[in-house]
Write a protein that binds this ligand. Structure first.
Ligand code: GZL
Length: 353
């Protein structure tokens, strides 16, 4: 009798394992998105745009003989931005520097106040990521008169290039052209395609370049019609609202261009909440975040145009050349690629932001 019971338990145990494996095999291929939130500005600055200092040496005292490097960031509006800020912190918040970070809070006045303070405190270098391109001449002249080199990064200023040492960032015009060329290469030049565009923060270099680059290519083909191209401010919630607005205004949308991944996440939510599927559209996004690669694996985004935020080491190398009196390129572009959904599964593990 005992033998029969133990055989029965063994059989149940074996069946249980097989069912478990089976359920593993049949597990949905849906890739879970990272659930840690984008860090808020207060994770970096003290949230009020005031200066938060770093760069302490081993015994936690700030030494006066280390190079004083001040970095003024735009805000913390996206995962891309958080990665950019982290790259700068990893590079400059070390014993080699007295590193001070200013959270621009999305406000040019806060950024300018940060520059005023770095000039007053005679910093050795100021690194600026300008929220918008206009309105920098006066403060750049002030820094120049104080003999403090300014390195502009990521976004550009419209000021004359004699007012700053150099610029390091992405070729936004090329990013826009690459997006349009991918679309033409993959959707052809005959079938009618209605496009809606969700633009980034108005006046930001990324918004200006991606918009003009995309238009320069797509306007050459009669089968593509841009129904609307409006400001989503690089923000997920605003992108979601704008997509809802677009879906209410237009009966037929084929292509959705979001000028950063955060707005793409908002677009995907809006489409799902409308009872539709993101895969019913061709969604083209920018930045190349790991979460966007997961959306490509899940069939929600068709292609992502990379915009590399890991600029810290490049900026440090250029800064050292500058301070050593060597000549540096006035413009230095980051290495970037175009990632269609077909490569997302093999690439997602390599994404560093
Ligand atoms: C691009 C950068 C843009 C990103 C957005 O270099 O300025 O700002 O594409 C971010 O995600 O908000």
């Amino acid at each position: 009798m005992k033998k029969k019971i133990s055989l029965l338990f063994l059989a149940i145990f074996i069946v249980g394992i097989m069912v478990g494996c089976g359920s593993n095999e049949s597990m949905s291929k849906k890739v879970e998105l990272r659930d840690e939130p984008v860090k808020s500005s207060s994770d970096y600055g003290n949230g009020t745009g005031n200066i938060s200092s770093g760069g302490t040496n081993k015994d936690n005292n700030t030494t006066s003989d280390t190079l004083k490097v001040g970095f003024i960031q735009t805000a913390n509006e996206s995962g891309w931005r958080a990665a950019h800020t982290q790259s700068m912190k990893d590079t400059f918040d070390t014993d080699e520097y007295t590193y001070t970070f200013v959270d621009g809070q999305g406000d040019q006045a806060v950024q300018i106040a940060g520059m005023e303070r770095f000039i007053k405190e005679a910093y050795d270098v100021i690194i600026l990521d300008p929220i918008v391109e206009e309105g920098w001449d006066d403060i750049l002249k002030k820094a120049q008169n104080a003999d403090i080199p300014v390195i502009v990064v990521d976004r550009m200023v419209s000021s004359d290039s004699s007012l700053y040492s150099c610029w390091i960032g992405s070729d936004f015009e090329k990013e826009g052209k690459d997006a349009a060329q991918w679309l033409v290469d993959n959707k052809g030049t005959t079938e009618a395609q209605n496009i809606v565009i969700l633009e980034g923060t108005k006046g930001a270099s990324a918004q200006l370049g991606r918009t003009s680059g995309f238009d320069a290519v797509i306007s050459q083909y009669d089968n593509y019609t841009v129904l609307a191209s409006e400001d989503g401010d690089f923000d997920k919630a605003k992108g979601k609202e704008l997509m809802k607005n677009y879906m209410g205004r237009f009966d037929k949308i084929d292509v959705i261009v979001t000028q950063n991944d955060n707005m793409a996440y908002g677009v995907i939510e809006a489409i799902n909440e409308a009872g539709k599927k993101p895969s019913d559209y061709t969604i083209i996004s920018f930045d190349g975040e790991a979460n966007a690669f997961k959306e490509m694996i899940n069939g929600n985004i068709a292609v992502d145009i990379e915009c590399n935020p890991l600029q810290g080491p490049t900026i440090e190398a250029v800064m050292k050349k500058l301070l050593a009196g060597e000549t540096v390129e006035k413009k230095l572009y980051m290495e970037e690629g175009v990632y269609p959904a077909s490569v997302a599964a093999q690439e997602v593990a390599n994404r560093k932001y």
